[in-house]
Design a protein around this ligand. Structure first.
Ligand code: C2O
Ligand code: CU
Ligand code: CU
Length: 531
């Protein structure tokens, strides 16, 4: 049953720095070995027995070029999440051009006009939210617009966003966590000229060398059924699974050639944070951060690890040019301090040996070099333009995150669909201080409808502070456009948001914690952008 290595505390700060010799250095300069062809496949790896599910032409995670009209149905399907154990899960289904898709990767150009007819075929209310897209509140999937089972909601919007991997998921109040957990979530790729130039420069192909990775932890019963536990501990801390799936694949391997790969990584988990790194033996491999939630950075940055909280995305390059056939790199979540008490093992719950504690080291996916290839592309020095965050003329608005009587709150409040406790003026630029007041746990804070910039982190715990790249305490992953930002216990994170938009009238969006179980518990407020 002990399928994963638990190297709790083995990857503390000193250890990581000491071991981080890097993949390239340990292998010397780029090999000039000839391209090998027709080699036998690599032998199976018992620790990673399942081929990673890649976005393809149809089926689960199939790619749809989504201009025009689309009919999407949220419904139960049967799929073997664990091999050989078909189970009921939920999926967004669409049937287009004679092909059937589940949770399709939707791909559009900036400026595309979308018409989506959403049929809720669940037995409870639902609605689709387009996470990170700048759309008017009628199209945002606010819980206020949730439709009952059997009903349809029609969306019509233009995608104004810059290129990035956004995502879509349900957003009915109290049930977002359950519906996402049971399977409803998909990637939404926006492309523009800059993005297409990068794909050409690096010779990237979606689903082959440019791979979205959706990371989600789940609990299964012995028959392979998804378990959505509903105890007090799950409602307070969030749902933590015992098996981490990447693209709906448990313990996946991905066989590659010796070139540069792009991974666009979404943390689609309900509650679990990951401290992502690539391991080669005992060493950590440097990798390149090229983008965040809202798209490309100004330039690539070499990093060795990145925290990724629920709702957040990072866009990274992994350079395998120096690797030889048989080399393997493991996408790993390194051990970290989860900064909250471990959940109690109340009687009748899961077995202690079956647990995957928050903050434990987890090997997520093995990347194996199957053959050498010639690859002569170089990562561009400049990726995009990122203007410095606009200055706000107002003093920062304080947004306090705390809890009372076991409920997480924002500014002392829990969600009331009829109240709009935060009101901003259209076209205003506001600085907000998210302050996470102890005793507490990490909260990834998300704003609908707008991308923002992170301008400072203060009071950060050591595991965050050591990642700072400037005197404001920002990590590399804070340097681009963001729609979700992790706020650690004791930390104050200042963001700046420009609330200008092109829509008519008042718009009602929301801010919430993207720990979906916190969100469902009411750690969410309406945000009015007054015309
Ligand atoms: Cu992805 Cu309101 O959230
Ligand atoms: Cu959102
Ligand atoms: Cu939270």
């Amino acid at each position: 049953m002990n399928r994963r290595k638990f190297l709790a505390a083995a990857a503390g700060t000193a250890t990581v720095a000491g071991l981080a010799t890097g993949f390239l250095r340990s292998h010397g300069p780029r090999s000039s070995a000839p391209v090998a062809r027709g080699l036998p496949p690599l032998p199976p790896d018992p620790a990673f027995p399942n081929a990673l599910l890649l976005p393809g032409a149809d089926g689960l995670l199939g790619i749809i070029d989504a201009g025009g009209s689309l009919a999407i149905v949220a419904k139960p399907i049967v799929h073997a999440l664990l091999p050989g154990k078909p189970t009921r899960m939920l999926a967004f289904e669409t049937d287009t051009q004679g092909r059937l898709f589940h949770n399709p990767v939707l791909r559009v150009r900036t400026g595309t006009r979308m018409r989506v007819s959403f049929l809720n075929a669940l037995e409870e209310p639902s609605i689709i939210h387009w996470h990170g897209l700048k759309v008017d509140s009628n199209n945002d999937g606010h819980p206020h617009y949730a439709v009952p089972g059997g009903a349809v909601y029609d969306y019509q919007f233009t995608v104004p966003n810059r290129a990035a991997m956004y995502w879509y998921h349900p957003h009915p109040h109290h049930r977002t966590g359950a519906q996402v957990y049971l399977g409803l979530a998909g990637c939404f790729l926006v492309e523009d000229d800059e993005e297409l130039a990068l794909q050409r420069a690096l010779d990237l192909a979606l689903g082959a060398t440019d791979v979205p990775l959706v990371i989600q932890d789940r609990r299964f019963d012995p028959d392979g059924r998804l378990v959505f536990a509903d105890g007090a501990s799950e409602r307070f801390l969030g749902r933590y699974g015992t098996e981490v799936l990447v693209n709906f694949t448990p313990r996946p391997y991905f066989d590659v050639t010796s070139r540069v790969y792009r991974f666009r990584i979404l943390n689609g988990s309900n509650a679990r944070l990951y401290r992502l790194a690539f391991r080669h033996g005992d060493a950590l491999v440097d990798f390149t951060l090229i983008g965040t939630d809202g798209g490309l950075l100004d330039r690539p940055r070499a990093i060795r690890e990145a925290f990724l909280a629920p709702g957040e995305r990072i866009d990274v390059l992994l350079d395998l040019r120096a690797a030889s056939r048989g080399d393997a790199v493991t996408l790993t979540s390194l051990a970290f301090d989860p900064m909250h008490p471990e959940r109690p093992h109340a009687g009748g719950g899961q077995d202690a040996h079956d647990a995957l504690p928050d903050g434990a080291e987890i090997e997520l996916m093995r990347i194996r070099v199957e053959q050498k290839t010639l690859y002569d592309r170089a990562v561009p020095h400049a990726l995009s333009r990122i203007e410095p965050a606009a200055a706000s003329p107002y003093s920062p608005r304080l947004i306090v995150l705390d809890q009372a009587q076991g409920r997480w709150r924002i500014n002392g409040l829990t969600y009331d669909v009829a109240a709009t406790p935060i009101a901003v003026k259209r076209d205003s630029v506001e600085a907000w201080d998210f302050r996470n007041v102890r005793p507490t746990m990490p909260h990834p804070m998300h704003i609908h409808g707008f991308q923002f910039r992170v301008v400072s982190r203060t009071g950060s715990p050591e595991q965050q502070r050591r990642l700072a790249v400037d005197s404001s305490g920002l990590a590399a992953t804070d340097l681009g456009w963001k729609d979700t930002v992790l706020v650690w216990p004791g930390e104050t994170v200042r963001i700046v948001t420009d609330f200008s938009h092109p829509f008519l009238g008042d718009q009602v969006y929301m801010i919430h914690c993207h720990n979906l179980d916190h969100e469902d518990g009411g750690m969410m407020l309406n945000l009015r952008v007054a015309a």
